[in-house]
Design a protein around this ligand. Sequence first.
Ligand SMILES: [Zn+2]
Length: 330
Amino acid sequence: MGRTGGISPRPGRHVRRALCVSVAAFLAVSCGYGAARDDGPPGALDEPLSDATGGGAPARAAEPPGLALGGPQRAQTERAAAALAAHAERLRQAERRRVAAVRNWRVERLPLRPPPPPDKKPKLVSDSGHTAGDGLPPVITRVPTKDRVVFLTIDDGYEKDPALLRMLRDLDIPYSAFLADYVANDNYDYFREMHRDGVAIHNHTLNHKELPRLSYEAQRKEICGQQEVLREEIGTTPHLFRPPYGAYNRDTLRAAATCGITAVPLWAEEAWAKRFDWGRGDRVFHPGDIILTHFRGKAEWGGTMPDMVRRTLKTVTDQGFAIARLEDYI
Ligand SMILES: [Zn+2]
C-alpha cells in the first residue's frame, strides 16, 4: 500500500479490495488486511516475517484456472497471473520494509494492519449530547463501525518535525491533519509533503478562536477562510472540520455547512508524548474511536512527535486495534 505518487496516491478502495482478493486467491499471500479483526493476538516485533505479514503460507506458483484453454485466452491468463505475482511481490517487499521500520523507529510491537475499507461509508449521525439537525454536519467522536480500528488525527500545525513524516511514512500508518492557518502558515511546504504521502488535510480555522464567542458571520470567516487557504496552499478543499477546543454552537455547524463541511469529527481519546488520556472510564478503545493529538515538540511536551507515535501505537496494538484511514470511513 504505497503512499507515493501525488495527490491521490492510493488506489480506490474497490480496486484495492479487488486486487488483494485476487492476489490472495491466486498466490495464497496476505494482502496485509484482516489482522485487526478478531483473529488472534497482535504480532510481536520478534516474530518472523511470515507471521508478521499475517499470512503464514508461503507464496506458491500460480496455477490460474483455464490452463486447458489455448491461444490468446491462455496467454491472457498467463499475463494476468504474472501481474498478480508481481503485485504480490510488491506487497511482500512493502511488508519487509514495514517490519524494518518498526525496528528502526524503536516501535515496541508491529502495528496491526487495518481491514479493507468499507465498501460503503457508514451513515453518520451526531453522537448523543451533540447538536444535530437537518443540513447540519454531524458531530462525532467515533465512527460507527464494527472493525477494530481507530483513527489518528493531528491538530493545529505548530511543530513541523520532519521525523514525524518519515516515521509515519516508513510505518505506513495513516493519519489526518487539521490545520489552523495562524500556526501552519510559516511552512505549508511541510504539509504539502505530508499530503503527497497520502495524508488528508482538513480545516481547524484560520486563527484558532473559541468559536461560540463569535458571531455567525465571524465564525463563517474563520471556517470558509481556512477552506480557501487550504485550497490555495494544498490544492484540495477539506470536507472535515474540527472546531478549536472542540467548542461549537449551532451557528458553527450552520456556518461550516455553507463552507462545504460534511462532518465534524471531535475525539474520544487524546495522545501526548508522555501520556494517553481516555475519554471514557473503561480506558479501552471502542471500534471507530477518533484519537486527537497535536503537532507539538519537546518544549511543550517534554517529548517528541515520534515519542507520541510510539506510545500511541503501543496502546493501540496492545488492545488489538489497528489505525485506519479516517477518510475511508467518513
Ligand atoms: Zn487546536
